[in-house]
Design a protein around this ligand. Structure first.
Ligand code: SF4
Length: 343
C-alpha cells in the first residue's frame, strides 16, 4: 500500500495539488488548510464543511500527522510535557508553559532526536545523537499541542532536545511555516543555540528577525569548555565577537542564557566576569535556575547567590530575568522523559 499523504506541515499549494490529483476542487484545499492551521482540527471527521465523500477520501489517503502523543504529564504549576512517538519508533519532547502574562502560551519544541553536543548538565546529551527531525515533525509538535489542549500557542522557543542550528534547513523551513501558516509573529519565535559560529553567521546573512538566544552558561573559555564541549571548537571570545557582528547586521538584541549551577558558575566573580564579557554585546540576560534531579551531580544555587548574580549583571546595565523552575514535579527538563522511554 502506498504511503499516506501527511497533511500537517504542507503548504496550501501542496494540499491543492493533492486535491486536484484526486479529482477534488482547489477550493476544498483552502478549507482543509484553514482547519489545519487556524483550528488545529483533531480528526478528519471534525472538518464539518467537507462532504462525507471528501472526508472518506481524506481518511483513506491522508493522515493528519506522522507523529503522535505517546505520553503527557501535567505539573502542579500548569506546565505540560508532551512525549511524541515518531514514525520510526524514536521519541521527541515538547513543553508547554504559561508565564505570568496569562495571554501568552509558550511551547518549547525539539529539533533533533537526542543531541550531539554533549553538554555535561543536560539530560538530552546522555541520549546521544540519533537523527534530525524533518520539517513536518517540528511543525506537528505545535499542531498536536494545540489540537490536544484546544489552546493557541502564542510563542515558540526552539529550546527542547537538540541543537537547532545543526538542523538548519528544517529550522528555517519550520519558522517560515509557523509565521505564514500558524500566524505566529517573527518576534514571538526564539531559537536557542549552544554557539555554532558558522551557522550564526548564516542567520546573520538571512537577516534573521526572530530572537537568537545563546546558551553561554559560563563567564569565560576555561569554565565553558569544562561543561560544554562545543567551546573547544568554537572559542568563547570568537563567539562573543560573532554575536556582536550578528547584532549589528540584524539590528536585533540577543538573549544570553545562563543556567546557574551551585559552585560551578554562580559566584560573585563569575557574575563580574560575565558582565564584563558581554558588556558591549547588545543583549538581555536570562538566568535559569538549574532543574535539579537525582541523576545529575549538579545542584541548584541558593536564593542569595541567584539574587547577587542578578544584581551584579543589572548594575552593569543589563536587563536580567530569572527563569523560574517550571514543572519541577514532572520530567520537564529536556531529555528526562525520553531517557525514561529509552530504558
Ligand atoms: S543543552 Fe542543548 S545543545 Fe547542549 S546537549 Fe542539551 S540539547 Fe544539546
Amino acid at each position: 500500500m502506498s504511503e499516506k499523504f501527511i497533511l500537517v506541515g504542507k503548504s496550501l499549494k501542496e494540499i491543492e495539488e493533492f486535491m486536484l490529483n484526486n479529482e477534488q476542487s482547489k477550493f476544498r484545499a483552502k478549507q482543509i488548510y484553514n482547519w489545519l492551521y487556524l483550528k488545529s482540527v483533531k480528526d478528519i471527521d471534525s472538518i464539518t464543511d467537507l462532504s462525507l465523500s471528501t472526508r472518506e477520501l481524506l481518511k483513506q489517503k491522508t493522515e493528519l500527522c506522522s507523529i503522535s502523543i505517546k505520553e503527557k504529564q501535567i505539573s502542579k504549576d500548569g506546565t505540560m510535557k508532551f512525549l511524541f512517538e515518531l514514525k520510526d519508533g524514536n521519541f521527541a519532547e515538547a513543553v508547554l508553559m504559561r508565564f505570568d502574562n496569562r495571554a501568552n502560551l509558550t511551547a518549547c519544541i525539539s529539533t533533533q532526536v537526542g543531541c550531539p553536543m554533549g553538554c555535561s548538565f543536560c539530560a538530552t546529551a546522555k541520549l546521544g545523537f540519533v537523527r534530525n527531525l524533518d520539517t513536518d515533525e517540528i511543525i506537528q509538535q505545535i499542531f498536536l499541542i494545540q489540537a490536544d489542549t484546544g489552546l493557541k500557542v502564542t510563542n515558540i522557543v526552539y529550546m527542547g532536545q537538540g541543537e537547532p542550528l545543526l538542523n538548519f534547513d528544517n529550522l528555517i523551513n519550520s519558522i517560515k511555516i509557523f509565521r505564514e501558516q500558524f500566524q505566529v509573529g517573527a518576534r514571538r519565535i526564539t531559537v536557542s543555540t549552544c554557539g555554532i559560529i558558522p551557522q550564526i553567521n548564516k542567520l546573520a546573512e538571512l537577516d534573521f528577525q526572530s530572537t537568537l538566544a545563546i546558551s553561554l552558561h559560563a563567564p569565560n573559555q576555561e569554565k565553558r569548555a569544562e561543561i560544554m564541549p562545543v567551546a573547544k571548537k568554537y572559542k568563547f571570545d570568537e563567539l562573543i565577537s560573532t554575536l556582536k557582528k550578528y547584532t549589528e547586521k540584524t539590528g536585533r538584541r540577543v538573549t544570553v542564557e545562563y543556567v546557574l549551577m551551585k559552585d560551578v558558575n554562580d559566584s560573585i566573580n563569575d557574575a563580574k566576569e560575565l558582565a564584563l564579557s558581554i558588556l558591549k554585546l547588545k543583549s538581555n540576560v536570562n538566568l535559569i535556575v538549574y532543574n535539579q534531579n537525582e541523576k545529575s551531580p549538579y545542584k541548584k544555587p541558593t536564593k542569595e547567590a541567584i539574587q547577587k548574580f542578578k544584581y551584579i549583571l543589572e548594575a552593569s546595565g543589563k536587563k536580567v530575568t530569572i527563569r523560574l523552575e517550571r514543572g519541577a514535579d514532572i520530567d520537564a527538563a529536556c531529555g528526562q522523559l525520553s531517557s525514561k522511554m529509552k530504558k
